[in-house]
Design a protein around this ligand. Structure first.
Ligand code: NAD
Length: 500
């Protein structure tokens, strides 16, 4: 062997040695077949130094929150190696399975939660295909005399997501599409009253993902979620971001956790109806939005303010289109059944709580509580009330909508603003006067503002736009999409690669 040959061999050996030693364990190395000790044990080393089971064979469902996080971190590493094609495949799997299983999963979710309507539970799964996926992520580029700069939307790692009882599998499925399209893994803490159906969907999604991509536990879930498991997720170091969908309690808890939180919080959407609108169109839209899944949607019409001059006509049209009007004694009976007011606290004080037994129940059930029988298929109930009535002030989440007469558009806007409680969630107007629309939009400053349509139009259902079941209101990200779950990273080439 001459000197040159020896030199070449040495250089090749050194380069290969460096490549093996320097490869990032997360990005470039092949999937670890073992824990590095050669025993073949399916465990993963964490940055913390701990060694936790990756949960092979669990299909994402874990009893322990920290194990669920570790497995999701391992899932994230696998997704990183498999690239954009694997993300797109996962999105396709989730959309396909949600649609294919809509009837069965909708029934299972309704049986578990006992809130909402079967037809709309099914519909909410069929529309997961409208949630944006990997196509949403387009890098931004700058080009000039000093070269080129690329800004890319890159993943955080593991996202912890908290889902509500009102739409458990739909929120979970929509979150997966957004979060995985952005390149992350996700660990879920579902609502305890809607956790079985969520775990079932996670299991099925993971089985298909593993079969199609080889990735295990990209989506994990705590089998029996509790406040403690929520706390454990918040404290786990692999969780980089929280995505919370729920009421005021969980939003507050997430914001106090010390982790960055994207919060899709509560709403109490007001509807303003003026005398320039089409009362028939307004009545139909109010019924469509407020009766959808028995008014469980956070965007659903919760109270109506209508100009006195058009109020009778609007209510007449509502009666003609599937809604039943309650009289004053019937309203009183239903109010007593629907709200609990603690001793020493009066109506309208904001401390009443909604009776969970009536949340999301059919109009026929609410009518019974009001002391009347209504025909099967009645879409919703309504009643004339004062502006400070509990049905106006509380997020009732049932198909019973209070209608309040106002003397002017200004009064209607003021009352809408008060009833919305600064959630900055959703508001709706029925009007053909652009000045009224503009005034209400400016005053309420809500994330969604729908004009002349039913509330779901704000999520692309009967209006233009895209869908998400998590509308980030207090934290301001708006209707969540894949970009919501990314870090922006900049890559700069100085003085080169600009090609003219
Ligand atoms: P909820 O607040 O009772 O529960 C939501 C989730 O938070 C559940 O997983 C629950 O277990 C958890 N949770 C509740 N309190 C918690 C706490 N203190 N610490 C940790 N976790 C806690 O709400 P829900 O009845 O399931 O859903 C209805 C509420 O969610 C309504 O207020 C509705 O407006 C809101 N919501 C908002 C959106 C949105 O996109 N903005 C979407 C759906 C529902």
């Amino acid at each position: 062997m001459n000197v040159n040959e020896t030199l070449i061999r040495d250089v090749v050996a050194e380069v290969l040695g460096r490549l093996n030693g320097a490869a990032s364990p997360q990005r470039n190395a092949p999937a670890p077949a073992s824990n590095g000790c050669g025993c073949g044990d399916k465990r993963v080393n964490l940055a913390s130094g701990g060694s936790i089971s990756t949960g092979a064979g669990k299909h994402g469902v874990f009893a322990d929150a920290n194990e669920a996080c570790a497995a999701a971190q391992h899932g994230f590493s696998q997704l990183q190696r498999k690239g954009m094609a694997a993300r797109a495949k996962v999105v396709e799997i989730v959309k396909t399975l949600a649609e294919k299983n809509a009837a069965e999963w909708g029934r299972i979710e309704l049986e578990e939660t006992k809130i909402g309507r079967l037809d709309h539970k099914i519909a909410k799964l069929q529309i997961i295909k409208l949630v944006p996926g990997v196509e949403w992520l387009r890098p931004d580029a700058r080009s000039g005399d000093h070269g080129i700069t690329l800004e890319e939307y890159t993943p955080f790692g593991v996202v912890a997501a908290i889902t509500p009882s009102t739409h458990s599998i739909p929120t979970l499925s929509g979150n997966i599409v957004n979060i995985v399209a952005a390149g992350n893994a996700v660990v879920f803490n579902a609502h305890p009253g809607a956790a079985k159906c969520a775990a079932l969907a996670v299991r099925e999604y993971n089985k298909a993902i593993e079969r199609e991509t080889g990735i295990q536990n990209l989506i994990t879930i705590i089998e029996t979620p509790t406040l403690e498991s929520f706390k454990a997720l918040c404290e786990n170091e692999v969780v980089r971001l929280l995505c919370v969908t729920g009421g005021p309690g969980v939003v507050k808890a997430a914001m106090q956790s010390g982790k960055r939180a994207i919060c899709a919080g509560p709403g109490n959407p007001p509807v303003l109806v003026d005398d320039t609108c089409c009362p028939t169109r307004a009545a139909k839209a109010i019924i469509e939005g407020a009766s959808f899944d028995n008014n469980l949607l956070c965007i659903g019409e919760k109270e109506v303010f209508v100009l006195d001059s058009v109020a009778d006509k609007l209510m007449q049209r509502m009666s003609e289109n599937g809604a039943v009007k309650l009289n004053s004694p019937q309203l009183d009976r239903l109010t007593k059944a629907a709200f609990t007011i603690k001793e020493g606290q009066g109506g309208g004080c904001g401390h009443a709580s909604v009776n969970r037994d009536l949340i999301g129940k059919d109009a026929t059930v609410l009518a019974k509580a009001a002391g009347i029988e209504v025909p099967a298929g009645t879409q919703m109930l309504f009643a004339e009330t004062e502006a400070n009535h509990l049905f106006v002030q509380e997020e009732q989440m049932m198909p019973m909508v209070p209608v309040v007469r106002v003397k002017s558009v200004e009064e209607g806007i003021e009352r809408s603003l008060q009833a919305e409680h600064n959630y900055k969630h959703t508001s709706i107007i029925h009007s053909h006067d652009v000045e009224h629309m503009t005034a209400m939009a400016r005053a309420l400053d809500t994330t969604l503002f729908v004009k002349n349509g039913a509330s779901p139009a704000g999520l692309g259902l009967g209006g233009e736009g895209y869908l998400s079941f998590s509308i980030a209101t207090p934290t301001g990200e708006g209707i969540t999409n894949p970009k919501t779950f990314t870090r922006v990273r900049r890559c700069v080439m100085v003085d080169n690669l600009r090609i003219y």
